[in-house]
Write a protein that binds this ligand. Sequence first.
Ligand SMILES: [Zn+2]
Length: 385
Amino acid sequence: MKKVIKVLLIIFSFFVVINSVDAKSLKQLREELNQDIANEAALIKKEKELQGKIDSMNKEIDELNKKIEENNNKIAAIKQKIEELNAEIAAKQKEIDNLLSFLQVSNGDNIYLEYVFQAKSFTDFIYRSAVVEQLTKYNDDLIDQMYQLIEENKKNQKDLEDEIAASEDSITKLEEILKKYGLDMNDLDEEKRDVRADIEARKIEVSEYERAYKDAGCAEDVDVKDCVNIPPAGQFVRPLEYGVITSLYGMRYHPTLHYYRMHNGLDIGGNSTGTKVYAAAAGKVNKIVNRSSCGGNMVYIQHMVKGKQYRTVYQHLHSINVSVGEYVSASSVIGTVGGGESYDRCSTGPHLHFGLLKGWDGYTYYDPRNYIDFPGKGGRFYSRW
Ligand SMILES: [Zn+2]
């Protein structure tokens, strides 16, 4: 859900940028930058708070595990104690048996009775009965006591086992919350990186406009389009969010024309028809060509990057979102990737041909890799910066 809202927000912000880049003043751009900086600070604060919660939960889990270990040690001691008591009971039993046999008891079924009935006189009978009674009582009491001890120990063992089960339950619950917090943390991190990239881009934009406004002597609340002919930019960025370099700038054997000729730009594949194409820097749309037999639909944008004039060209577009004279920013979607169209004999499938020229009206092409950080042939990129 969060992702969907984010995507909608991004689409909405593109809409805003496309429609209002020419109605913004330097003052407004600076306010937007400050808002981004405030957003970043808020995200960092949130992240810190969440990290604090995660840390204290991990500490709680550590403590629970320590308690489980302690309880397990206690249980081991109890089991040992029960074993000892059982051994003691057996020993006592044997001791009593030995005592009775010492009193000349034969091997009959009931040693006590035989001992009593072998009395030689009535006095002897009474005496023997008393001895047996005492021995039996002593025996019973002792064994009772030990069995009682065993019961107490068993009860303690059960209590400890219950405690362990409760601790394990708590750990499971804490781990579930931690998992959720981990996901929240990833979201925050992603948001933070987006805002950071935004801040970097806006900082450059604002500083370049400051220079241009100063040169032109404009007040800060004057709209960009009323002060600066071409919006200044601090750098070029990649015109696609991802892609693979399928063909470099330079001499090559043309794949569809079948002869050696100059390839005056970079071919970027790995994208399907309809993928968004962005302006490589802020600028003004200078020229649009529709359905060229070699290049298809094309957009040319004029730029002022670090005080120098350039044009960029985007070929084989499936659709075009801008019109001539329109001001764009580096986050403006100027069109979408095409390349499979039948009228375009210079393309075999979806890709963007991206060219860079020096000067606002010249036709001298330069290698875009000298101005933008693109990988080499076959190399992939996954972001615009
Ligand atoms: Zn090309």
